[in-house]
Design a protein around this ligand. Structure first.
Ligand code: TI1
Ligand code: ZN
Length: 324
């Protein structure tokens, strides 16, 4: 009677295969399950072109350059987060190589996803320290890749604010996996923003207005700056997510007063992940985000029942931030 076991075949295909433990022969392989992390991390040496590869290790590295190490190692942490929590194998769910570039340009106060790679500036040392040195930044940029291959949310106006919010949401989830706790989970960029001023952050999901962002849909920004306020209106969805996780009320007393019953990190993240891959579309707006998150809660946790505690909490979270 033959018995089989899974082994992780180290060949070029890195397929998962079944091996007959009696004969030792490969009995079956799963080419479509391309398992295993693949990374390339490059140093741009303060230029914007012809960056040179410094590592292709599929495991964590310690090169001595913190910007390089953190970009590489937090990309691994984010890969692991998506595989272990959502069963997703890299950005494309087919094991695509995670490509990162650091020391991009000079005094560059940003990081971005360009459709194929993550890129991190060093900051000017006043507004930002090297931006790969915070797990939520790396997970933010990698999540843009996931969103691009899922909902495809257009990067402007309401869909762009949702795009940015989903990146902050999974940035927070990876920060939490890497050890952030309590209210620190909700701070975005806290490790690299204004290195000279401790305790602040670029954004605060639990109280967006405390960092100058929007937290209530009727008051949203409707101008054209920042691609229609994508980094500012994201606060509305960021706060909805935090209220869904933790429960509670809007931090700045809106009327009608709404009290949300929290459902925890795991269920909230599962619902928001599923909304991105199963429901949201390129032109989705905040009303669509309510519809899609409620629909996924019903599918994931309520066996299709008409109403339930998760669906109720989701509707209340969006009510709390004034989304129709
Ligand atoms: C270059 C063109 C703009 C790209 C915007 C990228 S996706 C982005 O949103 N970057 C993040 C970086 C980040 C993430 C988490 C914490 C701190 C900083 C971002 O928020 N950028 C701000 C500074 C912005 O572009 O306004
Ligand atoms: Zn972004």
């Amino acid at each position: 009677k033959a018995s089989f076991k899974y082994v992780n075949y180290e060949g070029p295909q890195r397929d998962l295969v079944f091996v007959d433990t009696i004969t030792g022969k490969v009995a079956a392989r799963h080419p479509q399950i391309m398992y295993g992390r693949s990374l390339i991390t490059q140093d741009c040496n303060q230029k914007t072109r012809r960056c040179r590869s410094v590592s292709t290790s599929s495991d964590t590295i310690s090169s001595g350059d913190q910007a390089i190490d953190d970009a590489h190692n937090y990309a691994i942490a984010t890969y692991d987060y998506y595989l272990n929590n959502h069963g997703r194998d890299s950005i494309d769910n087919a094991g695509m190589t995670l490509k990162s570039r650091v020391h991009y340009s000079r005094n560059y106060n940003n990081a971005f996803w360009d459709g194929s790679q993550m890129t991190y500036g060093d900051g000017d040392g006043v507004t930002f320290a090297p931006l790969s040195q915070d797990a939520d930044v790396v997970a933010h940029e990698l999540t843009h890749g996931v969103t691009e291959r899922s909902s495809g949310l257009i990067y402007q106006n309401e869909s762009g604010a949702l795009n940015e919010a989903w990146s902050d949401i999974f940035g927070a989830m990876v920060d939490r996996q890497e050890g952030a706790a309590g209210s620190d989970i909700w701070l975005i960029g806290e490790d690299i923003y204004t290195p000279g001023a401790p305790g602040d952050a670029l954004r605060n999901m639990a109280d967006p207005a405390s960092m100058g962002d929007y937290d209530y849909y009727p008051d949203r920004y409707t101008g054209s700056s920042d691609n229609g306020g994508v980094h500012w209106n994201s606060g509305i969805a960021n706060l909805a997510f935090q209220l869904l996780v933790d429960g509670g009320q809007h931090p700045r007393n809106k009327t009608p007063e709404v009290t949300v019953t929290g459902i925890g990190f795991d269920d909230a993240a599962a619902i928001f992940y599923a909304a991105n891959i199963n429901c949201l579309t390129p032109s989705s707006n905040f009303a669509s985000a309510r519809y899609c998150t409620a629909l996924q809660a019903k599918a994931l946790f309520d066996g299709g029942q008409l109403s339930s505690d998760h669906q109720t909490s989701i509707h209340l979270a969006w009510d709390a931030v004034g989304v129709p």
